[in-house]
Design a protein. Structure first.
Length: 355
């Protein structure tokens, strides 16, 4: 949405529905907090420091998280979250899918009604509408569409900063301080029996613009098979049938036992890197500067004239999820460059391993 139109919408909304000057709940008074986040797996993962900070700020409150079902596994086992509520009927404004199910959204709002604090990390029109319909005692959030007037406090203007910092800034509106916290996933021991490989290649991504040809992953696997290393190609239900289909938590658990993990710009890749696994992350339309960097992570990114600029999270193809340059940033990325990064990870892991 154009900034001028968003500003006009915000001005009109603020005039018609002025904030009532309600006081933020005191830490000892809050009994239920609801956080809403309808973006992708990585986005929810990057919000875990903010969630932890909210729980620390309001230790006596039960914290419930409303997310798309694809992100549920990110929060499983998280000690800061009491209940994970899955809702798939909200348009996240990035892929334009799915269309918002307004009747189901109204029903969800009734389920959330009466919470002491609602924190929206999504910032799209439908999530702002949910925040208004739920009628919490107090709410914080942001909106690039000019709808931030529905919140008691809003992050405005929305800064072009790394995602973790942006979500932390939203939580800070409620008095929560996430300083020093990093994204975290809590894995149990339910997948300890999974096989171990030297190299794990994950071929999938959240949407087509982030995909690298599967044939390239096969070429990498064949290269290292010829050198005597064990390699597995894994993915999810939407990936080719010959790829081993595993859940997010299964892949993360398997990755903990490998020497190198290779993946695209996905939440799963960031999760694996956060576990300390040597990781090669392949980027396309996203600017890596907006995402956390981990000590054992190597980034492969072909910066072209059409790539995201220094202060942009994505290139011009996101949205509308259409590239006018034949997807060159990934289509022209050679296998040799990725193999070189894998080799350097293997050398580093051999050097750091006990003899």
């Amino acid at each position: 949405m154009k900034p001028l139109l968003a500003s006009l919408i915000h001005a009109a909304g603020a005039a018609l529905f002025p904030r009532r000057g309600r006081r933020a709940p005191a830490p000892e008074d809050a009994r239920r907090i609801v956080v809403t986040h309808f973006h992708y797996i990585g986005d929810v993962f990057f919000a875990t420091p903010a969630i932890a900070a909210l729980k620390c700020r309001f230790p006596g409150a039960a914290l419930d998280a409303v997310v798309h079902s694809r992100a549920r596994e990110v929060l499983l086992g998280n000690p800061d979250v009491r209940e994970i509520i899955c809702f798939d009927g909200l348009c996240n404004d990035r892929t334009r899918e799915p269309r918002t199910d307004w009747r189901a959204l109204a029903a969800l709002a009734r389920r959330l009604r009466g919470c002491d604090l609602l924190v929206d990390f999504t910032g799209v029109p439908a999530s702002c509408a949910l925040a208004a319909l739920a009628r919490p005692r107090w709410s914080v959030g942001f909106s690039r569409a000019g709808l931030g007037f529905v919140f008691d406090r809003e992050l405005r203007p929305v800064p072009e900063i790394p995602l973790v910092d942006r979500y932390n800034a939203v939580a800070a509106l409620a008095g929560a301080d996430a300083g020093g916290l990093m994204p975290e996933i809590h894995l149990g021991d339910e997948n300890v029996s999974l096989p171990r490989y030297d190299i794990l290649l994950h071929v999938g991504a959240g949407f087509p613009l982030k995909l690298w040809p599967v044939e390239n992953f096969r070429s990498i696997a064949e290269h290292f098979w010829l050198h005597g290393l064990s390699v597995a190609l894994v993915g999810g239900p939407s990936d080719p049938a010959e790829i081993t289909h595993l859940s997010l938590r299964q892949v993360a658990a398997m990755a903990r036992g490998c020497r190198v993990y290779v993946g695209l710009d996905t939440g799963l890749t960031h999760i694996v890197a956060s576990l300390g696994v040597p990781t090669v992350a392949i980027y396309g339309p996203t600017n890596p500067r907006f995402l956390p960097r981990w000590p054992h992570e190597r980034v492969v990114w072909s910066q072209l004239p059409c790539s995201a600029t220094e202060d942009e999270q994505h290139c011009a193809a996101v949205p509308p999820m259409r590239c006018d340059f034949q997807h060159r940033c990934l289509q022209q990325l050679g296998v040799e460059r990725v193999i070189q990064e894998i080799n350097e990870c293997l050398v580093a892991s051999s050097t750091s391993s006990p003899s």
